[in-house]
Design a protein. Sequence first.
Length: 350
Amino acid sequence: MPKRKGRPVVHAATVLALLAGSAYFTYELRKDEQAKVPAAQTITENLNNSGKSTGKQTWERLNNPARSVLRDGKGAVIATFTDGARTATLKGPTRTFAEPATTNTKVVTDDWVRLMPETWTNGSEKQQWFKDWFKQYYGSEEDDIFAFAFQYIQGAPAKKDDQGLQYAGHAYYGPLKPDGVDRYEQTDFYDYLGIPYTFRDGSTMYPHSDRLHSVDCSGYLRLVYGYRARYPLMSANDKGDGLPRTADGMARGKEGVDVIKLQGPSPWYEQPKNIDVLQPGDLLFFKMDHRTGNHMDHSAIYLGPDTEGHKVFISSRKEQNGPTIGDGGGVSRLDGNGFYAKLFRSAKRL
């Protein structure tokens, strides 16, 4: 159960008062709506595959991007660490992720995506911080980035901390605008939580009273990678250090490693020709709206191949009204000629 990051500056009773009124009715309607959808499929694990390897382990350096891989005695890659990034992929027990309410897509994977306490550099395998971290997490079944991400899809059960704060469970994108079609954006992780949040730069942000348990696309990434996995968060794109607030801020920010860079003329740029460099857990960015100039408009988390071999992702989006790997508004695939595949532009490894 995660500890709260940041310093809530308003007493719980005051927060509840702020969230009264319209937020109460919105929440009651959402509870009714949630009761009607199928429960999210829980993670299943093949316990015969412990994630532990036998035999001598060897390190190897690879390029594009520069990274270190650890191989087991048979030569299979069991862990990957990218220079300039804190995200690592470790092999472990096989899991199945699915969202039966919205798609037939299933992701069966033995990749576990975790955040290291420090940025990887060549030779980090010799440092004590890494040895301690790897010993704790290689083969561990403690929740990782993928587990966090799927704790917000349709039907995901609510999880609360010791103070009763819901930190996981079915999330929404945002309330409908007056036109009854479009949805409000600018819903960050603290809107989902329903509490004020003080960032490391001293800025305090307050939740919208009508957006409890909602996150837009970038807010969802900040909820998963920041609030849950403890990656530092900026209060805005230009304030503080860490993961910026918006999709465009993340795509152009200094944090992490650009594994697929923006290419071609602005404002639309080009669809990447090679997406095989992607690794599970990478952040993906899309150009979807001509009204935003050269800004990236959508962000997602790459999951890897599904059971049909398609490269799939999870993101919070308006059409599905929340985090999904589903087909609403276009299938969640990077390969082929689908809606999102055509609009995919760049990727970053945190």
